[in-house]
Write a protein that binds this ligand. Sequence first.
Ligand SMILES: [Zn+2]
Length: 84
Amino acid sequence: MSQPFSCPHCGSHDYSIILTGCDVAGATLQEDFAWNAERGEYSSGGTVILSSESVESEGGSAVCLQCEKDVSEAVAEYEKQQEG
Ligand SMILES: [Zn+2]
């Protein structure tokens, strides 16, 4: 059994990775649209990659879903441990 990642700020195990400037091959993308009655238009939460053959990215950052702090370094450290 492997240990989950823990946020160094709040201890949460949930995080999100945001990749920018991606070079994605064979990807399936999903974008959700929610109707915003106040503004009279659809708002989108952005595009989500459901699956892909490969993702090359130069810039990536990890954000804790609980406290929304940048946990890039902690996640990189965690992933290094998982590789053994
Ligand atoms: Zn946190």
